[in-house]
Design a protein around this ligand. Structure first.
Ligand SMILES: O=C(O)c1ccccc1N[C@@H]1O[C@H](COP(=O)(O)O)[C@@H](O)[C@H]1O
Length: 212
């Protein structure tokens, strides 16, 4: 994406399961709130819980639903509570087009991944979310990857994910200059339970990283 479109680095807090965590993330200044709809995750919520939690999110904060190789019918059932779909599995481009909502595609940074080709192939994506690769695990690993592998001139907005914390997000932003950063495990004190102080510290570090 072009430099003039980037602006400040946006923040997505992902994997929210509790009302108080949604409220904390919004109050701390999160731009996007992520809900994991993939039942294989310890952060998973079902469509009913999504409806409940999504209703707490005010206007101008983006509600993102995360899916991993799930049926178009299930995605369509959830989408009325969502503003953006995050495809985090091996969905080919044509499988991402079934939703009425805008969507982003997560790419796991396995050896040989061609980001420029992926940006072309997923031409309708509103962004590419780059996550660490761990065999057998679709995401949410808490692991980082080598950020220098991300080309500076990718044709899509980059959402940087994978093992981010308040301690490393400043370096990540200075190195990659992503459009947005995405965190899950780095703001938790137990699996699926967010920590208010860690959320606030993370968002504070994102702001500090952008000051001249
Ligand atoms: O959070 C999950 O459980 C999850 C499950 C399956 C796919 C993706 C998942 N989360 C996404 O993973 C990245 C990185 O998470 P972390 O910060 O390393 O814990 C993030 O994009 C979440 O959206």
């Amino acid at each position: 994406m072009t430099e003039h479109m980037r602006g400040r680095t946006r923040v997505k807090i992902c994997g929210l399961t509790r009302e108080e965590d949604v409220d904390t993330a919004v109050a701390a200044g999160a731009d996007a709130i992520g809900f994991v709809l993939w039942p294989g995750s310890h952060r998973a919520i079902d469509a009913g819980r999504l409806a409940h939690l999504a209703a707490r999110v005010p206007a101008f904060v983006t509600r993102v639903g995360l899916f991993v190789d799930q049926s178009p019918e299930f995605v369509r059932r959830c989408e009325s509570y969502l503003d953006l779909i995050q495809y985090h599995g091996d969905e080919p481009p044509e499988a991402c087009a079934h939703t009425l909502r805008p969507w982003i595609k997560a790419l796991r940074m396995r050896d040989g991944v061609d980001l420029a080709a992926a940006a072309q192939a997923y031409g309708e994506a509103r962004g590419l979310l780059l996550d660490a690769y761990k065999p057998g695990v679709p995401g949410g690993t808490g692991e980082t990857f080598d950020w220098s592998r991300i080309p500076a001139n990718l044709a899509k907005p980059v959402i940087l994910a994978g093992g981010l914390t308040a301690s490393n997000v400043g370096d990540a932003i200075r190195t990659v200059q992503p459009f947005a950063v995405d965190v899950s495990g780095g703001v938790e004190h137990a699996r699926g339970v967010k920590d208010p102080e860690l959320i606030r510290a993370f968002i504070r570090q994102v702001s500090l990283a952008q000051q001249p």
